[in-house]
Write a protein that binds this ligand. Sequence first.
Ligand code: HEC
Ligand code: HEC
Length: 335
Amino acid sequence: MNLEKTQERNVDEIIPEQGGIPNIVKVISFMIAMVLVFTGIANLLPQVEGEAPKDIKVDLGALTMDSYIALGETLFKGKGTCTLCHNNMGRAPDIPVMDMEATAVERLNDPDYKGVAKDSETYFRESMVDPSVYIVSGYGKPGEPSTMPAIDKAPISLSEIEMGAIIAYLQAKDGGQPSVELPTDAPAVEPKPAVVAVAPAKAAGSAEDVLAKYACTACHAVLDSPSTIGPELKLLGARSSREEIRQSIINPSAVIAPGYPPIMPGDFAEKMLVKELEMVVDFLAASKDENVIEQEQQLTEEVVTEEAATEQVVTEDAVTDQLHAEPLDTEQKGE
Ligand code: HEC
Ligand code: HEC
């Protein structure tokens, strides 16, 4: 009852008995009108989906072209950071609303086009890994570097598979048929180095331990492992220099061994201790034929027992030094 009275009184106060609209009503009407106008404008603007970046795991075995395209879209909006620049703010071509297949044809027919791409697939790849080859008119000066970063390099560092997914997305988003191939020849499930999860902080004591700790044996024929997912590493020293081996481990995507999928994990550089990397590089560089391996393993054991394993680093250095001093050690591998 009290409530009703209060409401009545309020209404009486606001609306006077005779003529004229009080200011307070005008103000409120104006505010409501403005809110409606702005809501209307906001609804006309394209809606941006606020998708939180998800951590993407690719199950290559179960991959279909549709899921590959979907992965590409997720990467385009998330990890790839593409929409940071490629949006309607004018900083870069507004790829989400452009017909990219038609755009690619247009670019390739541009007399100013200096790249080597032949079709949309190669044009998109080139745009991502070598953005400065061709600067879209209006977004920088030809000859000067593009403001777009090479997205296969740090910090974005997309893998071949991820770039393929983005290309599939760009080709398919306006109804086209992707020409990229599904990365099918890869293992269904990425081998997980279980040992790493158990004891991440403990440094491996030998090259063999490193190969086990980081699950190199899951993909490579090395030590006792028969795996053929990656190239065999038992005779690696015969075909690769120490520098090439180190590079293959810390930056596997720089050179992809022909005939193999680009699936070697790219994060060993962050995970491995320098000491571990050097041990495994030494070991692989020395892997030339069975005899050499056996002799060097024997040597390693001898030295370790002799020195009674005082400090790990010192011991390993001593082993390496001793190996290098041996006449058997074939340092002329660079030739
Ligand atoms: C820092 C800003 C920036 C980011 C991040 C960026 N780009 Fe770009 N991108 C540009 C600019 C600027 C251009 C136009 C200049 C040029 O051609 O290099 C461009 C051009 C392109 C083109 C050619 C477009 C056309 O109209 O021909 C493609 C394709 C492309 N980017 C794809 C991507 C993809 C895919 C990603 C994410 C993996 C990405 N970009 C991330 C700035 C960026
Ligand atoms: C998920 C599978 C996988 C794991 C795990 C893996 N690799 Fe690989 N690795 C490959 C594949 C596939 C290639 C060939 C493609 C390439 O060059 O990236 C390769 C290439 C290499 C090469 C170059 C071989 C050559 O013939 O040129 C070296 C060296 C190498 N890996 C060492 C290692 C070491 C050391 C580890 C552990 C720290 C390791 N890999 C872990 C899959 C793997």
